[in-house]
Design a protein around this ligand. Structure first.
Ligand code: URA
Length: 250
């Protein structure tokens, strides 16, 4: 390093310090001296590699008929890169014999550590919501669209959703619920491919057809959204009552 670059580096570090940056978020140094053109081409190369990984990892679920077989298949799947940064795969919780299946988006921090869906703050609210219609974890079955935590709890990308979709569809097929509730816009879009937003279609029953089965399915707001917008809880209360009525008819 010559004198000028040392001075520039010190200036940069001072700037970081003054802005309150006191921690590195990567254990590997990043080469910021590389020319933009090289960087872009490397990035494109990387995304090509990822796409080819995706293509080569076709999911064959033929012969998968039980939860154990499905869980094993998912645990060896490498077509969705999220498994690399996750601590655990989060498969499901609750009663596999339940008539009700709930599907969320993806695990967060607590779920990733405990390998169980909905155990963090939104999970606590979900438990309260279930309690309000006399349900609990022993009476419902819960899974997510994506079984691995996206870094920093970001939303899963469309590619990630599509690569994991066959698993959750198989999961529904194995559980055969009498009613399915989709928690939030990601789960709703993944399963229903709706054009309208969640506010428009929440609370409405639609028939989901999977492998000659027809499953009454209702989207509702995600508990994490309700934590940010408690005023919307009244809508979910109506949706839960409708779920309770639906199950009574079965
Ligand atoms: N949010 C989800 O959608 N799923 C979880 O398991 C936890 C939080």
């Amino acid at each position: 390093m010559n004198k000028t670059s040392i001075k520039n580096t010190l200036n940069l570090l001072n700037l970081y310090k003054e802005s309150g940056v006191d921690e590195l978020i990567s254990s590997r140094p990043k080469n910021r001296t590389v020319r933009k053109k090289d960087y872009v081409s490397k990035k494109m190369q990387k995304s090509d590699e990822m796409n080819s990984a995706k293509v080569s990892e076709e999911i064959n679920l033929e012969g998968i008929n039980t939860l154990e077989e499905l869980k094993h298949k998912m645990s060896t799947f490498q077509g969705c890169q999220l498994y690399k940064s996750a601590t655990n795969m989060v498969f499901s919780d609750g009663n596999p014999k339940s008539k009700i299946m709930l599907i969320g988006e993806a695990p967060g921090h607590d779920e990733d550590l405990q390998a169980k869906p909905f155990v963090g703050r939104s999970g606590k609210l979900l438990d309260k919501m279930l309690e309000a219609i006399d349900l609990n974890r022993e009476k419902v079955y819960i899974a997510n669209i994506i079984p691995w935590r996206p870094p920093a709890n970001r939303r899963p990308t469309e590619d990630e959703i599509n690569s994991c979709l066959p698993f959750i569809l198989k999961h529904i097929e194995i559980i055969k619920p009498s009613a399915l509730m989709l928690l939030g816009s990601t789960a709703t879009f993944a399963i229903l491919r709706n054009k309208e937003g969640i506010s428009k279609i929440r609370g409405k029953w639609v028939d989901l057809k999977i492998n000659q089965m027809t499953i009454p399915t209702m989207p509702t707001f995600h508990p994490a959204f309700l934590l940010r917008q408690p005023g919307q809880k009244k809508h979910v209360w109506t949706d839960l009552q409708s779920l309770r009525d639906k199950i009574k008819q079965k």
